[in-house]
Design a protein around this ligand. Structure first.
Ligand code: GLA
Length: 368
């Protein structure tokens, strides 16, 4: 399987962490990043597996310096980026940053075209562990060539850094990016509403063959607890991203989370589902428009997870025959509710759940 893939030992399971963009856009500074890193520790998210603290767009000042290096905005990062990286590392976390492959970032700040080796070197010197490389202002450029240049620039630094490719799925990166980077966006930007999440989800099933250890489809960062999402919608979003073996990059304000939000983001068996070592992405088994059944093969012998998604505005009873999941003719199975962390039934021939509107039941299914 490893043929042609990166084999640098990074992102063996989907990366987990936090990124500043979804909640803060360009309103970021040193205090926010350090406080967020502390919140990752205090809330138990670090222990749950969240490792990467990533600064997105908006950290640069308006010009490169006289040597040609990127300069952090002095009002936002008065002690520089290396200082922030040190504070993040001191908490047992890893540090990530953002640039853009073109002439400017999406916010119109200095970007990296023609400076790939210089910028990779600078990031490595700062102690960066993860770089998101965006795709604004790249007229006429080919993503395959330009991201391959980034991979060479990373290799030249000799510092292990995750390369997060962000060209929004335009050039079908799943067909080529596994040899270049560790994750690649498959879609345009997520929004904190149910319809955006459902639209993105609908495009992921066909991409399931392309993901695996070290190379992941990225359906974009989490919107859990953002915007108008209800608790059920946040739970469904989180669980479906886990079914997709998606990077779990929280995008909310971690400094002031409700207990419910912490419980979603750290749900042990949902996180374990995302991080399953086999690294197979889930896929949609069937859909009737309002009810969808998703399945993901897990490392345990003949074990799968299923998500029963109710997109409708009323509760639905959803039934699945074990035979649909590849369990033999007798089909007796054991069922575990991965949210409640409870065994539901032993030796049953049919899986039935009542699922609330805009919610998903997530079950582990094993042969009896
Ligand atoms: C693009 C990316 C987003 C974010 C912004 C920053 O829209 O897709 O994830 O990085 O740029 O400007």
């Amino acid at each position: 399987m490893g043929l042609g893939r990166l084999s640098d030992g990074l992102a063996v399971t989907p990366p987990m962490g936090w990124n500043s963009w979804n909640a803060f856009k360009g309103n970021i500074d040193e205090g926010l990043i350090v406080d967020t890193a502390e919140a990752l520790v205090r809330t138990g998210m670090r222990e749950a597996g969240y490792r990467y603290v990533v600064i997105d767009d908006g950290w640069m000042g308006p010009e490169r310096d006289g040597q040609g290096d990127l300069v952090p905005d002095p009002a936002k990062f008065p002690r520089g980026i290396g200082y922030v990286a040190e504070r993040v590392h001191a908490l047992g976390l890893r540090f990530g940053i953002y640039t853009d492959a073109g002439t400017k970032t999406c916010m119109g700040l200095p970007a990296s075209l023609g400076y790939e080796f210089r910028d990779a070197r600078l990031f490595a010197d700062w102690g960066v562990d993860f770089v998101k490389v965006d795709w604004c202002h790249t007229d006429g450029m080919g993503p395959r060539t330009l991201y391959a240049k980034w991979a060479l620039a990373f290799a030249a630094t000799r510092r292990p850094m995750i390369l997060s490719i962000c060209e929004w799925g335009r050039s079908h990166p799943w067909t080529w990016a596994g040899t270049v980077g560790h994750l690649w966006r498959t879609c345009w930007d997520i929004q904190p509403d149910w319809s955006s999440i459902m639209t993105i989800l609908g495009r992921q099933s066909a991409l399931h063959p392309y993901a695996g250890p070290g190379h992941w489809n990225d359906p974009d960062m989490l919107e859990v607890a953002n915007g108008e999402l209800s608790a059920g919608e946040s739970r469904a979003h989180f669980a479906l991203w886990a079914m997709l073996a998606a990077p779990l990059i929280a995008g909310n304000d971690l400094r002031a989370m409700s207990d419910d939000t912490v419980a979603i983001l750290t749900a042990p068996e949902i996180v374990a589902l995302d991080q399953d070592r086999l690294g197979r992405q889930g896929r949609r088994l069937r859909s009737d428009g309002e009810v969808e059944v998703w399945v993901r093969e897990l490392a345990g012998a003949r074990t799968v997870a299923i998500a029963l998604l109710n997109r409708a505005a009323v509760a639905r009873e959803i039934r699945v025959e074990p035979a649909e999941l590849g369990f033999g003719p007798r089909g007796d199975v054991r069922i575990r509710d991965l949210w409640r962390r409870a065994d539901l039934a032993d030796r049953v021939g049919e899986i039935i759940a009542t699922v609330e509107p805009h919610s998903a039941a997530v079950l582990g299914i094993a042969p009896y």
